[in-house]
Design a protein around this ligand. Sequence first.
Ligand code: COA
Length: 333
Amino acid sequence: MAKYLDILSERAKKLNKTIALPETEDIRTFQATVKILQRGVANVILVGNEAKIKALAGDLDISKARIVNPETYERRDEYVRAFYELRKHKGVTLDSAAEMMRDYVYFAVMMAKLGEVDGVVSGSNHTSSDTMRAALQIVKTAPGVTLASSFFIISVPDLEYGSNGTFVFADCGMVEMPTPEELAYIAVCSAKSFELIVQDKPMVAMLSYSTKGSAKSPLTEAIIVAAKHAQEIAPDLAIDGELQVDAAIVPEVAATKAPGSPVVGKANVLIFPDLNTGNITYKIVQRLAKAEAYGLILQGLAKPISDLSRGCSAEDIVGAVAIICIQATANNK
Ligand code: COA
């Protein structure tokens, strides 16, 4: 098993959480289920048609997972009514709510909303916006949170930077073009996620192609404003920007390019200016540095939901499940 996944799995094991996996038309879901159950990472609910699930799973032993079929589930009417109540102001009728509750992803997210599972991991077989919309429409943001966003846990083997090679990268998948205020909010939420998942002190870098005024443009100005705003809303956090990646993560470069930076070249939470940079970077690091990459993990929602990349492996699904279990402990508080 990959090294960081081992750490995440060991933590999740102690929590006894239950996670819904709705993508039961994809073999990777069952391959992941076998690993999750064998390692005791979580209890699994597979959402779908029992006969089809068993046919597709074949010899994979998923017998310890519970299967819930949205068509025949005893609480189906309650689910339809709950979705109708949540979305009637958007023109949803009881009939269209009944149709939506046939969708396995929407149904699984409703299971989280109604407290039947602790979280949902989806996305290997759906576009990101499919899973995110279900999450935003049904579980919505946590009380007091105005913006949901997403992060990846990236763990690079044999790397001295970050927290022993482990980082939070954000936002890699949700908020496409954040304003400086939104970027500040993403930075602060990501620091909290880092603390919860990685259990180390977050050092937050708001990244740019410029360090401390080495270039000046509206793009660099936006990062400076965002960093200032983040420092104002979270004065106890170590946050700095605008920083280039080397000044953010390499202490010797930071000493030259950004002397006096509170992050001192030890950033472990990397905040990207927009979704292009965030998404491109995480995939480059994952593929070229052979890093473990777990996510997207949504943050700021009332219930933990992960939105996998369609290129994910079964091990990536296990990692997302473990993180969602850990996130669920914070949601309970
Ligand atoms: N935080 C909090 N609420 C949000 C939100 C956010 N980041 N984004 C949207 N919402 C709210 C909307 O205001 C809306 O509220 P309402 O319906 O109760 O009034 C609700 O969530 C649903 O939004 P909807 O209008 O259906 O979706 P959208 O068109 O705003 O799209 C995303 C939301 C996340 C799907 C969209 O931003 C998106 O596609 N992002 C990129 C995803 C992607 O492709 N990533 C690639 C990663 S590999």
